[in-house]
Design a binder for this molecule. Structure first.
Ligand code: NAI
Length: 275
C-alpha cells in the first residue's frame, strides 16, 4: 500500500536495531510513502545490529548518535539538514532501555545509577533531541515529532519496573515541549502508546509473553503489530494530522478502554470449572 503521502518530506528515524524494531517498520513505510530520511542509532547498536541492510533498502544514510549526548544530537541535526538539502519535517524517537530491567533489579530495589541511565536514555533523550533541533531551527513549520510510549505510564504493569516512570516522563515532555514548539513554530509533538510488540526491547521485560497474550485477548481488535504502529506513525507525519499535538495516542486495539472481554471471560470460567 502506498499513497505517497510523505512525498517531499525529510526526516530522522531513531532506533532501528533489527527487522523486529518498530523504527525499522517505520523506515520501510516512510520510504514506500515517498519520504527521504536519515537513520540513526547509538554507535554500539550500529556495530551489533543490521541497520545497513535497512539503509540500502530505503536509500538512506546512517549517522550514529548517542541520544543522551547533546553534542552528538546537535551534529546529527546539522549534518542531516545538509545531507537532505533542507530542514526536517518529521522525527521518530523509538528509543528505550532500563538497566534495572536488564539486570532484573526489582522496582523496590533500584540501583539509582541504573535508574538515572534509564531516564536519560528513555525519556530525557526526547527532550535533548527536540531542544537540539529547536536551537538549530532544524524543523520546518508543520513538522511532526513522535515518541513511543506504553500504557504502564498510566496503569501499573507488575514487571514493567522503572520503564513505567520513564514513559510517564516521555509523555509529559511531548505535552510541555508540544506547547512551546506549537505556539512559536507550528511544530507538533505526540507520543503513541503502543501495544506490547515482539521486539528486542519488548522481550526484555520479564513475563513479556504472558502480558502480550493477555493484552491480545483483552483488546477487541487484538494487539497492534510493529507494522500497524508504523502505519499510524506515517499518518501522524503526514499533512492529514496537522492539528494533532500534545497527545498521548493509544494505539492498542482498544486495550486501554476495555475492562473485560469475551475471551478472558471464557478462559477464567474454564479455569473455575476445572477446579
Ligand atoms: P528495539 O530494541 O528494537 O528498539 C530500541 C532502540 O533503542 C534500539 O535500536 C536501541 O539501539 C536504541 N537505543 C538504546 N539506547 C540508545 C541510545 N543511548 N541512543 C540511541 N539509541 C538508543 O525495541 P522496540 O520495541 O522497537 O522499541 C522502540 C520503542 O517502542 C521504545 O521506546 C519502546 O519502549 C517502545 N515500545 C515498545 C513496546 C514493545 O512491546 N516492544 C510497547 C510500547 C512501546
Amino acid at each position: 500500500m502506498s499513497n505517497n503521502i510523505l512525498k517531499g518530506k525529510k526526516g530522522i528515524i531513531f532506533g532501528a536495531l533489527d527487522q523486529k524494531s518498530i523504527a525499522w517498520k517505520v523506515a520501510e513505510h516512510a520510504h514506500r510513502e515517498g519520504a527521504e530520511f536519515i537513520l540513526s542509532n547509538a554507535p554500539i547498536a550500529l556495530r551489533m545490529g543490521t541497520i545497513n541492510q535497512l539503509a540500502e533498502k530505503t536509500n538512506s544514510e546512517v549517522i550514529p548518535a548517542d541520544a543522551t549526548s547533546v553534542e552528538d544530537l546537535t551534529s546529527l541535526f546539522e549534518s542531516s539538514v545538509q545531507k537532505l538539502g533542507g530542514k526536517i519535517d518529521f522525527i521518530l524517537h523509538s528509543i528505550g532501555m532500563s538497566v534495572n530491567v536488564r539486570k532484573k533489579r526489582q522496582y523496590y530495589d533500584q540501583n539509582y545509577d541504573w535508574t538515572s541511565k534509564g531516564i536519560d536514555v528513555s525519556a530525557m533523550s526526547f527532550h535533548k533531541m527536540i531542544q537540539a533541533a529547536w536551537k538549530l531551527d532544524a524543523i520546518n513549520e508543520w513538522g511532526s515529532i513522535i515518541g513511543l510510549s506504553y500504557i504502564a505510564a498510566q496503569r501499573v504493569f507488575n514487571s514493567y519496573n522503572d520503564m513505567a516512570d520513564n514513559k510517564a516522563f516521555l509523555e509529559s515532555i511531548a505535552r510541555s515541549f508540544g506547547y512551546h514548539y506549537g505556539v512559536r513554530r507550528n511544530v507538533r509533538i505526540n507520543t503513541i502508546s503502543q501495544s506490547p510488540t515482539l521486539t528486542t526491547a519488548g522481550s526484555g521485560v520479564s513475563g513479556f509473553d504472558t502480558f502480550y497474550n493477555y493484552a491480545n485477548d483483552l483488546s477487541p481488535l487484538g494487539n497492534a503489530s510493529a507494522d500497524d504502529c508504523a502505519m499510524y506513525c506515517i499518518s501522524l507525519f503526514s499533512d492529514y494530522t496537522r492539528k494533532v499535538t500534545m497527545q498521548n495516542l493509544f494505539h492498542d486495539g482498544g486495550f486501554s478502554f476495555t475492562g473485560m472481554s469475551d475471551k478472558l471471560m471464557d478462559s477464567y470460567s474454564k479455569e473455575n470449572s476445572d477446579k
